[in-house]
Design a binder for this molecule. Structure first.
Ligand code: HEC
Length: 192
């Protein structure tokens, strides 16, 4: 009887300890994931603005097409997080969200509709994939005026952009946006 109680207590204590450390770990991973977008987005906007000023929007398409994936790759190599961009209305045919990312993006849309500032919308959690635990994180990328030259309604796109997009992305879904919407998200994951 006594032994049984002690054993039960031990199990409870272990569960408690394990539970707390897993939670602490999850919190630390979220903190770490939240530092990632700032290591990529401001630099990307800077290069985008520079290129638009130099050669116009049609030329700046290469920044979104080549620089953004390059930066994501570089940051992945540097940090150990696997990073890419996805969207519910993707332009790059590879930027299709998987099931978890789609659910998170749909939830981002609900949070935006409920009045949350899109610049602050993100989400991270531990998920299990094929029996392995990974931490997954997503951060919304809101549209601002700058984005509409290449992602706005077709008739508002900058000169030359529509033609270039048609040529490079025949299945483009990423036009028709206004400001303050969610264009897509940065998505990052790391094995535990
Ligand atoms: C000069 C044109 C241009 C501007 C300005 C621009 N984009 Fe893009 N964007 C593109 C192109 C081209 C792609 C496809 C890139 C690729 O092939 O991976 C793209 C892709 C993306 C993607 C990846 C998902 C997808 O649909 O393929 C996101 C997210 C995105 N843009 C967000 C933004 C945001 C937010 C802004 C404004 C801050 C912005 N873009 C401004 C041209 C532009």
């Amino acid at each position: 009887m006594n032994k049984k109680i002690r054993f039960t207590n031990l199990v409870a204590a272990l569960a408690c300890l394990y539970g707390h450390s897993a939670l602490a770990n999850e919190g630390a991973l979220l903190e770490e994931a939240r530092t990632l977008p700032a290591k990529m987005v401001p630099r990307l906007l800077e290069v985008l603005n520079e290129e638009i000023a130099k050669g116009g929007h049609a030329q700046a398409i290469s920044v979104c097409r080549e620089k953004a994936p390059q930066m994501a790759k570089g940051l992945s190599a540097q940090t150990g997080w696997q990073i890419r961009r996805v969207s519910l209305k993707n332009r790059n045919p590879l930027a299709v969200p998987d099931a978890w990312e789609r659910a998170v993006l749909e939830n981002f849309e609900r949070r935006l509709a409920a009045g949350e500032n899109p610049a602050n919308i993100d989400h991270g959690e531990v998920v299990e994939v094929d029996g392995k635990k990974i931490f997954r994180y997503m951060k919304a990328l809101p549209t601002q005026t700058l984005c509409l030259q290449c992602h706005g309604p077709t008739h508002q796109l900058a000169p030359g952009v529509a033609d270039k997009l048609k040529e490079l992305y025949p299945d483009d879904k990423a036009t028709g946006y206004g400001t303050g919407q969610i264009r897509g998200a940065i998505t990052a994951q790391k094995p535990l």
